[in-house]
Design a protein around this ligand. Structure first.
Ligand code: CDV
Length: 314
């Protein structure tokens, strides 16, 4: 019997600094209800889906900063999402800023969770590849202070749910082949990935025209090379003066995009995802047990940055 999951990539248009959690959650609920009406069992929301992408500003005031984080999940404003999910029997993935207290110390993470169809959290992921910078750089048109606001997570795990093996990652993680492969080595069948990607990349403006191409390139390659579904979901449009790419899409294990959003606003892209499709890639071209050569890959975990060979004498 096939294992089918009807999935909605629930793209969000901009969220502004002044938008209340209640107003944002109302938009998420609208997505949940519409996805349910269209027969979905799983809805995937973007990275930092409850707030504006606040790492574009340097904030020093602790109280102002804390307002962007969730100290509990579900919390008073988000509980309705879990209750509605349980009522509708629809699961969801959502990204948010997490404020944790570990051994009495405040820790901050860029986090996503996976909630099953009974409204229960079955997995939590903390972003590993934090892009940007840690210092205030006020001369930039907008900053990317993820290294200031968050600590990195430390693993790529997978969870059993939705009749399959589910994985999570966040935004910049999608550009790194290790993200997919570590989950591929755990048999992942669907990777959910929320993102906030500005069109303009201040450190390399020459890449701006290629931002959508790169977005698709990395997710399509990751899906194919690991025989897995990938669901990439954007926060899109002009958010506080920063133009964000959209392009939320659902990618099959073949690497083909099977559904995509076409606007820069709140929009659903829906696909009927057959998890059994993964098998034909995982048991042939990408049969890891048969074809991989880990003994040739040791540099991947031993070395972080590239070291070029010594120049040959003239
Ligand atoms: N939120 C992100 O991780 N954004 C990065 C930007 C900074 C390039 C991304 O990889 O899309």
């Amino acid at each position: 019997m096939s294992r089918i999951v009807n999935v909605a990539a629930a793209q969000l248009g901009p969220i502004h600094r002044t938008d209340s959690r209640r107003a944002v959650v109302a938009r998420l609920l609208e997505h949940l209800r519409n996805a349910h009406a269209m027969g979905c069992q799983l809805v995937v929301f973007p990275e930092l889906a409850l707030t504006t992408f606040f790492p574009r500003w340097y904030v020093e005031d602790q109280a102002e900063m804390d307002a962007y984080y969730e100290a509990e999940m579900p919390g008073p404003e988000t509980r309705i999402l879990f209750e509605t999910a349980a009522q509708l029997r629809i699961g969801f993935y959502i990204g948010y800023a997490e404020l944790a207290v570990e051994n009495g110390v405040k820790r901050r993470y860029n986090t996503s969770i996976l909630v099953d169809q009974s409204g229960k959290i079955i997995g939590k992921y903390r972003k590993v590849h934090l892009p940007g910078h840690a210092q205030n750089e006020p001369w930039r048109a907008f900053q990317h202070l993820e290294k200031y606001y968050f600590e990195p997570g430390s693993s790529f795990d997978v969870w059993r749910g939705f009749d399959g093996i589910m994985g999570m990652a966040l935004c910049n993680d999608r550009r790194w082949s290790e993200t997919y492969r570590v989950m591929g080595l755990q048999g992942v069948e669907m990777i959910m990935m929320g993102y906030n990607t500005p069109v303009h990349n201040p450190p390399a403006p020459e890449h701006d025209d290629l931002s959508m191409f790169h977005n698709q390139l990395v997710m399509q390659a990751g899906a194919y090379q690991n025989g897995t579904w990938v669901v990439g979901v954007a926060k899109a449009g002009n958010e506080e003066g920063c133009e964000m790419i959209g392009g939320s899409c659902i990618i099959a294990p073949s690497g083909e995009i099977v559904a995509a959003c076409s606007t820069k606003g709140d929009e659903l892209a829906i696909a009927r995802c057959d998890l059994d499709l993964c098998r034909s890639y995982k048991t042939t071209t990408f049969n890891f047990e048969r074809h991989r050569r880990p003994e040739a890959y040791s540099l991947i975990t031993e070395r972080r940055g590239a070291i070029e060979p010594e120049a040959l004498p003239a």
